[in-house]
Design a protein around this ligand. Structure first.
Ligand code: DGJ
Length: 730
């Protein structure tokens, strides 16, 4: 019945930025290993027919003729689609709440690394235009999708919901993995089957969108997820604010997945000719289980959505857990001496260095007053930059520029700059005094930009900024937004934040910037194009970090995960963990230290010195290699294990940790992954503390043996851990 015409292969045969005059109905969008098939007949509804493993023309014919194609709208809008969950809903100026969008045109634009296909849709009655974009990478298995919504009507209209994307997922034994947590326990993995009803993953903090739920999900299509096998779709929303990822499971044959900015309390009015651009949703697909989808995200993140994603990161000492707010110049020098002597490359001075009229001696004052407290630092920041230079290391500094305290000169001068309605008393946050600055206001944007600009202008030697944000939006409101735009705050705050980030990056492209937000509150691909890394959590306990970093690694590469060795007993959990184990955990991410080194013994400093030197050797494999998660801490086998493999498979680094300690405990064999089965690898243990070498020390095994049989490793004591280096030999 269906006459198939020529399939248009986006990514293969289209001219740059050309309208596809007389395009055929079917649009096949492909990456090296994945495809998305759209049905876009002129003046009819845009449908999504398929997303998954790469297909060709013959498959397209079969998909349609065998009834395998989805029949869902690609960007379902409310008002002409029955009761189904929708991605878009509006109220036109005349009060009409319906939309009926049909395809008007299709464009394709060739870029160096990708092909962007644009489907232009218009309402059958109203001049209301929606463009749906699909950006398919040529060398990465990721398709980004987003929309532009334009009000072509004569009067303002209101967007009631405005998701970035919709995806149908065939019902079956489908499971979703997402991250959930709280302060000090970020990135916990939640894995659950999709059941009838709604599963909604959302965050409503207003500022920090990844403390609790994360804006990324893994969707396993073949039952309970496993690491190396099974079909998995991954989705990551590139947005730093409130989000909503939902799965609707009803009598239809598909789960309806909708992802975008959370529209709750955020209806958005669009002026005539105004366009609203939704954030990108990055979609990936892998047949290699969760691990395959993670590696796809890591490659894509490093290459496209992480500042300096392919560059190595410095090994640093951060002052927070060492001295907290008690910043003093001699201690800063001492910490610099210590980290330099241990082989570190960067010292970061955390909170507590600033304040004029109001002093930052506690966490309850001076945010906004970014002047050096000369009683603490008589030689100013410049003195510290020089001191670092003299010691052969770089200098970094902490700021929290989006915030103020009601005890600050900034607040005295600009009480109208905070997030709050002018006729209400704000409810302060941290320290009983903290307030959020209203980034929807361009004057505030200028101020926040200037905080960075002034620091960098006065001290061009600053190499690193830790950008913190320690509060949520409690008092919804803005003195800046006008009556009809009050509900834009949750969105415009983040648009303002993005504008500031863009200005900073234009002027300071080489600066290294960490996204911190009360720990891991800003681990998202909305901010990472401007930030080099994020602080995973304020909890530096090595045991709990194994769980947090495990979950975080589902979506984010090691190079972006700041992971620090801290004191024992740990300041958050009180747990006493050997220094080796603490290093062995921190060395799976961007290694740093968060400790007062003067409290360490000479023996500990010596171990640290050697571990730092070792990390420098394995850094390229850890920070740029492929991650294989081997034994999950969530599987309760008493151990956890993972490894990184260099892209050419010449080198790998393997980690194993004991999580529980019992007499006569059975430790499973550690079967590796990602190696070349035909290569032979020499095994060398790193960070050795045992007197006796491992029985396999220096031995050569085939990659096949290491993957099929694995190694049996002694993990005798509580908090035992092993790190092995594998080097291919000829
Ligand atoms: C919260 C951060 O997560 C910590 O690392 C530290 O920078 C403090 N803020 C400083 O106030």
């Amino acid at each position: 019945m269906l006459t198939l015409k020529k399939v248009i292969l986006a990514g293969v045969c289209l001219l740059a930025a050309s309208p596809m005059f007389g395009w055929e109905k079917d649009i096949l969008i492909s990456t090296p290993n994945t495809s998305l098939l759209l049905s876009a007949p002129e003046n009819e509804v845009l449908k999504i027919a398929y997303y998954g493993e790469k297909i060709g023309n013959a498959d397209v014919e079969n998909i349609y003729s065998s009834g395998l194609a989805f029949k869902e709208q690609a960007y379902p809008a409310f008002g002409s689609n029955g009761e189904n969950e929708t991605a878009l809903a509006v109220q036109h100026a005349d009060g009409n709440m319906s939309l009926d969008l049909v395809v008007k045109n299709v464009f394709s634009e060739e870029q160096t690394d990708s092909q962007i296909t644009t489907i232009v849709m218009q309402d059958r009655v109203y001049p209301f235009i929606v463009k749906v974009f699909y950006k398919a990478y040529k060398n990465l298995d990721v398709i980004e999708t987003w929309t532009e919504i334009t009000n072509g009507e004569k009067k303002p209209l209101t967007l009631l919901r405005y998701a970035s994307a919709f995806l149908p997922i065939r019902q079956g034994d489908v499971w979703v993995s997402h991250l959930h947590g709280s302060w000090g326990a970020e990135g916990g993995v939640v894995t659950e089957p999709l059941r009838p009803g709604m599963l909604v993953v959302k965050n409503h903090d207003g500022v920090r969108n990844s403390h609790t739920s994360h804006a990324e999900v893994m969707i396993s299509l073949d039952g309970k997820p496993t690491e190396q096998t099974g079909r998995v779709i991954g989705a990551a929303l590139c947005w730093s604010g409130n989000f909503r990822l939902s799965f609707d499971t009803d009598y239809n044959r598909v789960h309806r997945f909708i992802a975008g900015i959370d529209w709750d309390y955020s209806q958005y009015s669009l002026e005539p000719e105004e366009t609203f651009v939704t954030p990108e949703l990055a979609l990936t697909y892998s047949m290699e289980g969760l691990g395959g989808a993670s590696r796809n995200f890591h490659h894509w993140g490093r290459e496209t959505h992480l500042a300096h994603g392919s560059q190595m990161r410095d090994i640093l000492l951060n002052s927070w857990e060492g001295v907290y707010l008690d910043i003093k110049e001699p201690e800063m020098h001492q910490m610099m001496d210590d980290i330099a002597s241990m082989g570190g490359e960067l010292f970061v001075m955390d909170d507590g260095w600033f304040g004029g009229k109001y002093k930052r001696n506690k966490d309850n004052a001076a945010l906004g007053d970014w002047v050096t407290d000369k009683t603490k630092l008589p030689n100013d920041i410049a003195g510290l930059v020089n001191a670092a230079k003299e010691r052969g290391i770089k200098f970094g500094i902490w700021i929290e520029p989006e915030m103020t305290n009601n005890q600050s000169e900034l607040y005295e001068k600009h009480p109208d700059w905070i997030v709050c309605e002018p006729n209400r008393e704000p409810h302060p946050g941290r320290g009983g005094t903290q307030l959020v600055l209203d980034l929807s206001n361009p004057d505030v944007q200028d101020f926040v930009f200037k905080v960075v600009d002034d620091l960098m202008t006065a001290n061009p030697g600053i190499a690193y900024i830790k950008w913190d944000a320690n509060m949520n939006i409690i008092d919804f409101g803005s003195s800046y937004l006008t009556r009809d735009k009050k509900s834009h705050l949750y969105v415009d705050f983040h648009r303002g934040f993005e504008k500031v980030c863009q200005r900073i990056r234009e002027k300071y492209p080489d600066l290294v910037i960490q996204a911190c937000a009360s720990g891991g509150g800003r681990a998202n691909y909305g901010v990472l194009p401007y930030f080099d890394e994020f602080w995973v959590s304020d909890n530096t306990d090595a045991l709990q970090r194994i769980y947090m970093q495990w979950g975080t690694s589902y979506f984010f590469p090691a190079v972006a995960m700041a992971s620090h060795v801290s004191a024992a007993p740990n300041h958050q959990t009180g747990r006493i963990i050997p220094l080796k184990f603490r290093f062995d955990v921190a060395m799976t991410g961007r290694l740093g230290m968060e400790i007062q080194p003067k409290n360490m013994t000479e023996e500990e400093k010596d171990f640290s010195r050697k571990a730092i030197a070792t990390y420098k050797e394995i850094r390229p494999v850890v920070q740029q290699g492929d991650l294989y998660r081997l034994i999950s801490p969530y599987d309760k086998q008493g151990v956890a294990s993972l490894m990184y493999v260099a892209p050419d498979k010449q080198q790998a680094v393997f980690y194993a940790y004991k999580l529980e300690h019992y007499v006569n405990q059975t430790i499973p064999a550690f079967c590796m992954a990602g190696l070349d089965p035909d290569k032979r690898y020499r095994v060398t243990e790193l960070n050795v503390t045992d007197k006796q070498p491992l029985t396999m020390e220096g031995k050569v095994f085939s990659g096949r043996f290491l993957m099929d049989n694995g190694l049996v490793l002694p993990l005798r004591t509580e908090y035992a851990s092993r790190v092995l280096r594998l080097e291919a030999v000829n």
